[in-house]
Design a protein around this ligand. Sequence first.
Ligand SMILES: Cc1ncc(COP(=O)(O)O)c(C=O)c1O
Length: 473
Amino acid sequence: MPLVEKLILYSGKSPVRFHMPGHKGGRGVPKNLRLMMEKNLFRWDVTEIPGLDNWHDPEGAIEEAQRLLAELYGADRSYFLVNGSTSGVMAMLGAALEKGDEVLLPRNSHKAALMGIILTGAKPVYLKPQVDEELGVATGVPLSEWRKALEQHPDAKALFITNPTYQGFCPNLSGISSEAKARGMKVLVDEAHGPHLAFSKRLPSSAGECKVDVWVQSPHKMLCSLTQSAWLHLKGRDLDRERLRSYLSLLTSTSPSYILMASLDVARAVMETRGRYWVERGLELAERARRSINEKTPFYCVGREVRGRRGVYDVDLSRLMVNVSSAGYTGFFVEKVLRKRFHIYAEYADFSNVYFLLTGGNTRDDVAKLVRALKRFPARKKKIKSVCFPGDLPERAMDPGKAYFSPAEWIHLDAAFGRITSDAVVPYPPGVPLLYPGEVVEKQHIEVIREIQKAGGYCQGIKNGRIKVVKNG
Ligand SMILES: Cc1ncc(COP(=O)(O)O)c(C=O)c1O
């Protein structure tokens, strides 16, 4: 049982968890609910049997649980999801768009959005996010750029926006959504990383407070439900509910897990009864860690000072973005040392930064261990330089869906000039797709890929120096 053996090894080392899920090994779930879930894992592992309601057509307990969830988030309707926010993102795009419809979205959207676009045959209009050169990451698209795009594409049917990004950067959601709704567009929000936002005044606005049609959240990331569970909320009548329902059904197993749905019910109950406490506790811990990292280690932990700078409207301070390149390290290196030497597990690292997620499931002891470990890294004289990204968006030769499903071949990067990509190429950092399916590879793209790889970065969509392109394209 190779996987089981790995899991035993991982959990046996008492890892310090700064990664998802937000329950942090169950510690963040109130004890009575945790014990109930643990005791009944196998006994409750059922799917749609008579008397237990039916996810695909709920009328009983699932419907009631979803109603309570909608009430909590101020939605008109909410749905439990068992295939992550990924399925919610795809379903909302499916519900809002017909083949050929234009949709505006930042180029650094999650890949589920690309899949939704491919599924619907919609035409994406990408907005370029700003890049913070010092941190080496993409940030967000300012309101002024959204305005320009709204004016240039008055017939676009929808706008897709992420709040917050993986890094915790938030857009001016209220401003952007109001302008888009005034023009009759549907506003779809990927709030996978933001189910906690509504529970603290110290956090950026959540989609539920803005003029949006639909928003999806992953409570497994920042709250205490089990991995892969998510939920989706709907407001108003502008989005076709039947179409949304039908897309959700299309993307969901005919045997949805009642364990995952029970964990969603638990997460909702926890947030209803002590949501503020849970979120404030995570925030307090993050603030404590941020202060100590900035005072006692050579690294820079990003804080509220980035608000209003380079595409950042607001920032979710319950996650830590620790810039290590300014002290001469790559994020990949620091993440590895923390994991191997200290059993401290970060959420993620890129070339310049390491990310840590803190929730009500973390403790002061976790923070103390992290700060102690980071203090062990001496500052280095030589700074790490971030890699530059080409200024213009690439030429599009084919619709993403057509390119994605066309016969394809893997060819060496040297031979890729002028060819049409059949899959996305996403260098980390900054995590913004350099090329989307259907776009033409230019010399500058090849150079950037090489530069990133030379510097030790990772490039999704490139394997052994090869790229996937449309055959005969
Ligand atoms: C911005 C964003 N949206 C959507 C998703 C997909 O969420 P899930 O993992 O719940 O499917 C992710 C996953 O990390 C994400 O970062």
